[in-house]
Design a protein around this ligand. Structure first.
Ligand code: UGA
Length: 444
């Protein structure tokens, strides 16, 4: 099938590459000329395992093309995906201006029937707004061309985006049109071979499903973080509790890892946007507000642990090794990352950091520039050199098996603050190091 994807960010690029890989002809349109030129030269703007090979391979096979020309894109596809960003506006609501602008562009160019598919995360009712926007433009042009607006939210995770997209657990399609349903089923047929993954529902329910899924996951995390904070004060090890409750199949093991807070471009934004949507319709979404509030304070927990270890004294003159800057492993993304709250709090106190992250150091440099109190180190071991203590923020695989003897040698205050509970406290302490995780049964 001929497919066009507007907006070549995370979601758009991954979706385009995966659709091309199963044999569809995909035209990618973005307003950013440099991004398009880079993509043609095999330079991928994001770090995502496997993506470069997939894009380069399908580009060579001419199943993927890149352009800034909207006309080319609109002419190409019977299916037109909108995958542009919906960043929060000043009050946290989703800003729909990019979505509406792409819809308007499609309407002002199209001269044959189209299915317009919204992949971006958008509040309930957006498809209706897109539909009437297109209808206004077509009637201004004096044209009566048939079109459908479909909601098809994306559930991929950064770091495992290809796998999530190639082997989705479900494909949600919101439409009330049989023609659109037929074409969407055909598009996704290669992904539904083993079992039918497609779930058809009305458009508003599909839009809401995306928010409800992300808010449920964020709620699980904030709930566990609250349990961890209680555990810390009650002499309970939250890691034992996690295993204990996860074994109940009604609860499950997924997304109940306590830590130093959730980040990224999705959970913080989506919880906030749904809470604002609720407010707009006069509903007080108390759970969503609490999820956000707990996460906000959870991002400060590591800093509080450090402060308490030093009995509340100033941290001026101290140097900390920081392992992990990305908001989670396998990405270079630092949007809403817990590391940022920690770094900024340490700097505020006059402390220095020696940071290491396998992928996100360029991003840290881009965000913070060159500064005396942030030295980016080439390896995790180098970050320990002459530091007072180690703070772990992201659970990269390479941090899981550290050399505790080296830590003992290098860290002046012989202390580890672990924001992701990577180690067994007893094992670490057996090496002569002090260890503070999240909710490991001991307040400091
Ligand atoms: C999230 C959802 O998981 C995807 O299904 C969704 O498609 C995506 O948002 C989106 O809306 O585009 P993502 O933001 O890439 O994906 O990352 P996650 O793997 O969900 O992790 C989010 C944050 O939660 C990370 O900071 C992670 O460290 C934290 N987390 C996750 C925990 O603190 N504990 C857990 O048990 C799991």
């Amino acid at each position: 099938m001929n497919v066009t994807v507007f907006g070549i960010g995370y979601v758009g690029l991954v979706q385009a590459a995966v659709l091309a890989d199963v044999g569809h002809n995909v035209c990618c349109v973005d307003v950013d000329q440099k991004k398009i030129d880079d993509l043609k030269n095999g330079i991928i703007p994001i770090f995502e395992p496997g993506l470069t090979d997939l894009v380069v391979d399908n580009f060579k096979k001419e199943r993927l093309q890149f352009t800034t020309d909207a006309q080319t894109g609109v002419d190409h596809g019977e299916l037109q995906f909108i995958a542009v960003g919906t960043p929060p506006d000043e009050d946290g609501s989703a800003d729909l201006s990019y979505v509406l602008s792409v819809a308007g562009k499609i309407a002002s160019i199209m001269d044959s029937p189209k299915i317009i598919i919204n992949k971006s995360t958008v509040p309930v009712g957006t498809a209706d707004r897109v539909r009437s926007h297109i209808s206004d433009i077509l009637s201004m042009r004096g044209l009566d061309i048939s079109y459908d607006v479909v909601s098809n939210p994306e559930f991929l995770k950064e770091g495992s985006a290809l796998e999530d997209c190639m082997r989705p657990e479900r494909i949600i399609i919101g439409t009330d049109s049989e023609d659109a349903e037929f074409l969407m089923r055909e598009l996704y047929e290669p992904f539904s071979r083993n079992r039918d993954k497609v779930m058809i529902m009305d458009v508003r329910s599909a839009e809401f499903t995306k928010y409800a899924a992300n808010c449920m996951l964020a709620t699980k995390i904030s709930f566990m973080n609250e349990m961890a904070n209680l555990a810390e004060r009650l002499g309970v090890d939250i890691e034992e509790v996690r295993k204990g409750i996860g074994s109940d199949s009604r609860i499950g093991y997924h997304f109940i890892y306590p830590g130093c807070g959730y980040g990224g471009s999705c959970f913080p934004k989506d919880v906030q946007a749904l809470e604002r949507s609720a407010r707009e319709i006069g509903y007080d979404a108390k759970i969503l507000k609490a999820v956000e509030e707990v996460n906000h304070s959870q991002k400060e927990v590591l800093f509080h642990h450090v402060k308490s270890f030093y009995n509340g004294k100033s941290l001026a003159g101290k140097t900390f090794a920081v392992w992990g800057l990305a908001f989670k492993p396998n990405t270079d993304d630092m949007r809403q990352a817990s590391s940022r709250v920690l770094l900024e709090a340490l700097w505020q106190e006059g402390a220095k950091v020696q940071a290491y992250d396998p992928e996100a150091m360029e991003e840290a440099q881009r965000i913070y520039g060159i500064r005396d109190d942030m030295v980016l180190m080439g390896t995790k071991e180098a970050a320990l050199h002459n530091a007072d203590g180690l703070i772990i923020v992201t659970e990269w695989k390479s941090f899981r098996v550290p050399d505790f003897e080296k830590m003992l040698e290098e860290l002046k205050d012989k202390v580890i603050f672990d924001g992701r509970n990577l180690y067994d406290p007893k094992r670490v302490e057996a090496h002569g190091l002090s260890y503070y995780g999240i909710g490991r049964g001991r307040s400091i």
